[in-house]
Design a protein around this ligand. Structure first.
Ligand SMILES: [Zn+2]
Length: 659
């Protein structure tokens, strides 16, 4: 593995070394503390080092490492211990539900709450978790379990990036929250029914590296602090400690404001990237909460207002298999089209054979379909009382419906695959669509229907063939005119110089998502270099787990893949690491600069250089300023920048930073 020379000089090289040194040291201390239960240094020393690292990383984000201890990715060596039961210090209660405003009012009347103060929070469809902190360190995460006893999932929870592992609060602290998976992550996974199942499955993984790759998220919604008076204040307090608190939370007074919030978010939630199923309404006064207490199941001071279910009834007219780019076959129910959550639904995923068996779904059955957010609709259950006489049990075929190859199912895997990875038209189609996708080579205009025609007409057999297409070939397809054909050729040619990360992702190596591809591109200088890496070497990259490493190795051991890479190189696809234009031009994105003193070149010139790289030039120095570009005869601005610890650059330094 080579590290890249990114043109460092002077101040910044020093910073880079210091960041490396601190990262290493803190990681070692963390390891001793969390895994061996030993404190190697005093809290003061630890805190000072940690703060210094955060400061440096803020000033020099370009040197911040993905595996920095401030990024809270789990320790590689540690595995998630299973069946490790832990008792909760306080019972984790569930919530009573209100399905409409009448039920909400009935609840309020029980304690004359119509005029009281409340906090409204989104009810996220994830998993409740209790987190314990001691002496400012995160020490334990326990699932809800039965409310009394949960499971210790500390190692996996530690991989959640937004969760602070260190807080500036030394008393023992318990916080509770909801762990969930965003729709955008969920869409990249196979075989899970919904984001909640996927999040639950991820927390149970034995390998924390695999769990880290699932990119779980969390919002904290509760803490227990003796002196606190108000729940809302508690949330504000948690925010100051760095806990992720849902920005949608709102302080509401009286019934009308509660109703308004519920109605507002019944709409807004459709734009959110995570699943929600209601609003949790909590009394704000903690004294009043204590007074009301709890039943053996629910607190009396909180209720979950459930959104109207986006479920409807329809009939399954067929079940067909869809073939993914890795050859996985997903059974899909074709439905009598029905209106659901504002869209027409005509398909629902059945995920795998087990799901079909569990639901006992047959062709012809009447079913309840649910649609949550952006994800494809799912079948909740069949309606047995409506089952017609002539329903048909779905049988998996023995042969691939696209290419006729005999299907395979590996032992212990639920997924059935077509093994014909090179020539199965359905797989080629998906691979090319993936290659052309936004995160990969981003070939604008190369949609499903066009790819289908290209394959049917034998014009392409793999992604490299795209680059051999000429104008006549495209013009021969349906619906193309001179101009549109030229545009498509141009879009394909423009994709030749994408970054190495996009290229690696575009190849569609199993278990290698975009984030893994980015890590690989940062550690290898070319596709060729990556292709020679051993699984052991790949595993050394933090964030790349064993399974991913093996899949990468397998991919490059396959002669057909090597042939494809050769073909890509012949077609002049960029396969080496190169700082692309967008990376250069985005380098100073979000950074603010102040210019002072006199230079050999004009101020306008300097300003233009900064703005081209995405930075912003302002006139006055504040704590928010990232850099001071300093020439000769600088005065008070230089002094102020030094006081505020703002990084000072000469024009030469600035130019070096851009390279
Ligand atoms: Zn096939």
């Amino acid at each position: 593995m080579k590290s890249k020379n990114k043109g460092l000089i002077g101040v910044s090289a020093e910073a880079k070394n210091r960041i490396e040194e601190l990262s290493k040291q803190i990681t070692a201390w963390n390891k001793a503390y969390y895994e061996l239960n030993q404190s190697e240094v005093s809290d003061q020393v630890y805190d000072a080092a940690y703060r210094e690292l955060i400061d440096l990383e803020t000033k020099y984000p370009e040197y911040k490492k993905l595996n920095s201890p401030t990024q809270s990715v789990g320790h590689q060596i540690q595995t998630n211990k299973q069946n490790n039961k832990v008792e909760h210090s306080r019972q984790m209660l569930s919530l009573e539900n209100a399905y409409n405003f009448n039920e909400l009012e009935t609840w309020l009347k029980r304690f004359k709450g119509e005029e009281k103060d409340f906090v409204c929070e989104l009810k996220i469809d994830g998993l409740s978790i209790s987190l314990l902190y001691e002496d400012g360190h995160f020490i334990k995460a326990i699932t809800r379990g039965d409310g009394f006893i949960g499971e210790d999932v500390t190692a996996n929870v530690r991989t959640i990036k937004t969760l602070p592992l260190e807080i500036a609060y030394k008393q023992p602290l318990e916080v509770r929250g909801e762990i969930f998976m965003s729709y955008s992550v969920f869409k990249t996974l196979d075989g899970f029914a919904n984001p909640r199942n996927a999040a639950a499955g991820s927390l149970k993984l034995l390998d924390t590296n695999l769990c880290a790759q699932r990119h779980l998220s969390i919002f904290i919604y509760e803490t227990f602090k003796q002196s606190a008076q108000s729940h809302f204040d508690n949330l504000e307090f948690l925010k100051t400690l760095g806990f992720p608190i849902n920005p949608a939370n709102r302080f509401c007074s009286g019934l009308q404001q509660l109703k308004d919030f519920c109605l507002e978010y019944d709409e807004k939630r459709k734009q959110l990237d995570y699943p929600t199923d209601g609003i949790v309404i909590k009394l704000d006064s903690l004294a009043f909460q204590r007074e009301l207490g709890a039943t053996n199941k629910y607190p009396r001071w909180a209720i979950a207002y459930k959104f109207s279910a986006e479920e409807t009834e329809t009939q399954i007219i067929d079940i067909k298999l869809e073939i993914g780019r890795t050859g996985a076959l997903t059974p899909t129910a074709h439905l009598r089209p029905v209106q659901l959550a504002g869209t027409t639904v005509s398909k629902a995923s059945l995920h795998n054979a087990d799901q079909i068996k569990n639901l006992d779904v047959r062709i012809g059955d009447f079913v309840l379909v649910r649609k949550a957010g952006e994800i494809i609709p799912e079948i909740v259950k069949i309606l047995p009382e409506k089952r017609p006489e002539n329903t048909q049990v779905f049988e998996y075929p023995n042969y691939c419906p696209s290419c006729g190859s005999e299907l395979e199912q590996k032992e212990k895997e639920v997924i059935i695959r077509c093994p014909n990875i090179l020539a199965c038209p359905a797989q080629i189609q998906r691979k090319i669509e993936h290659w052309a996708g936004k995160q990969a080579m981003d070939i604008h205009g190369l949609g499903t229907a066009i790819v289908e025609q290209l394959i049917e007409n034998n014009l392409i057999k793999d992604v490299a063939d795209l680059y051999t297409l000429n104008l006549e070939a495209i013009l021969a397809l349906d619906g193309f005119k001179e101009k549109s054909a030229q545009n498509l050729i141009m879009a394909i040619q423009n994709s030749k110089n994408r970054s190495l990360a996009r290229l690696i992702y575009g190849l569609g190596i199993r278990h290698t998502g975009f984030n893994s591809a980015k890590l690989l591109a940062q550690n290898y200088n070319s596709l060729l270099e990556l292709s020679k890496a051993s699984p052991e070497e790949l595993c050394n990259i933090e964030g790349i787990g064993e399974i991913t490493a093996q899949e990468i190795n397998k991919f490059f051991a396959e002669p057909s893949n090597l042939a494809l890479i050769e073909k890509l190189q012949k077609a002049e696809i960029q396969t080496e690491y190169k700082i692309t234009e967008s990376q250069i031009f985005g380098k100073f994105m979000g950074k603010s600069f102040v210019i002072t003193g006199t230079f050999e070149i004009s101020r306008e010139n300097i300003q233009e250089t900064i703005e081209k790289a995405g930075g912003k030039v302002v006139s006055a120095i504040s704590a928010k300023t990232n850099y001071l570009v300093c020439g000769e005869k600088a005065g008070s601005k230089l002094e102020k920048a030094q006081k505020l610890n703002i990084q000072i650059l000469s024009f030469d330094d600035l130019e070096q930073l851009i390279i």
